[in-house]
Ligand binder design. Sequence first.
Ligand code: SF4
Length: 322
Amino acid sequence: MSSAETTPSGKKILLAEPRGYCAGVDRAVETVEKALEKHGAPVYVRKEIVHNRHVVETLMNRGAIFVDETDEVPEGALVVFSAHGVSPAVHDSAADRNLRTIDATCPLVTKVHQEAKRFARDDYDILLIGHEGHEEVEGTAGEAPDHVQLVDGPDSVDRVTVRDESKVIWLSQTTLSVDETMQTVSRLREKFPLLNDPPSDDICYATQNRQVAVKAMAPQCELVIVVGSQNSSNSVRLVEVALQAGANASYLVDYARDIDLAWLEGVQTVGITSGASVPEVLVRGVMDLLQEHGFDGVESVTTAQETLTFALPRELRPARTK
Ligand code: SF4
């Protein structure tokens, strides 16, 4: 933890570190930017490239057109697939319409797709822990629909049935609460003692790191503000983790203007973090607003350093010179 500046009011901000953009989001946003530079507008994007309002609106202003499905994209046009991944059926429907595609699926989501394919090939029942309706879950389940069952939290374990209890594996969405997922796994294991674990963590490094930082920060805060959008799974989880870790209150905001000043009454220490799809400029906006209201000490709570980066999709990498 860095040293705090002392302030007359004693009111201070704690800043969780790491927070904000992860390697997969950085790559996905840059993919759309580079596609616009290289091919010109419009560039179609299936679903929100990442779950953040500000990012989506900024890219729309630069010429990206967001659609729900590939059948909304004109024949032969260019479409980018979002960081959350797509099922083989989506690739097929894009091919049927002669779309040119660039796949911005995060490599850590692709890893879970590969696991699903591999265990389906070996005829396992795959119990995919995740949130019903989330795009990532739809993409992963679509790799092996006959083998995958969705398990949406500990309470849905009772409904799970399998064909052969000796061939069952759990996998998960990348952006879940680590603690809640472990509760779900232990309920599954009570029911299926031979349950196999994934070959490596499916909950990604960025999700885990942001939750660890919030857990360290929250007990020192009366209020934790999480910057992120309502449809961002990892951001919503950060609010839950903050409350479980001891913050009196925690709220999710897209922008500083979403903050209700009544939240600040009687508060001496506000913690701030942001989801993996949130640009730092939005965190700066929240800090500016808090500083205007007397929170002029800033201290960071650092639990990890992140250095991971991912190469752009092949179609957008610079051509090699001979
Ligand atoms: S949150 Fe994790 S899985 Fe999702 S884009 Fe970021 S690094 Fe990839």
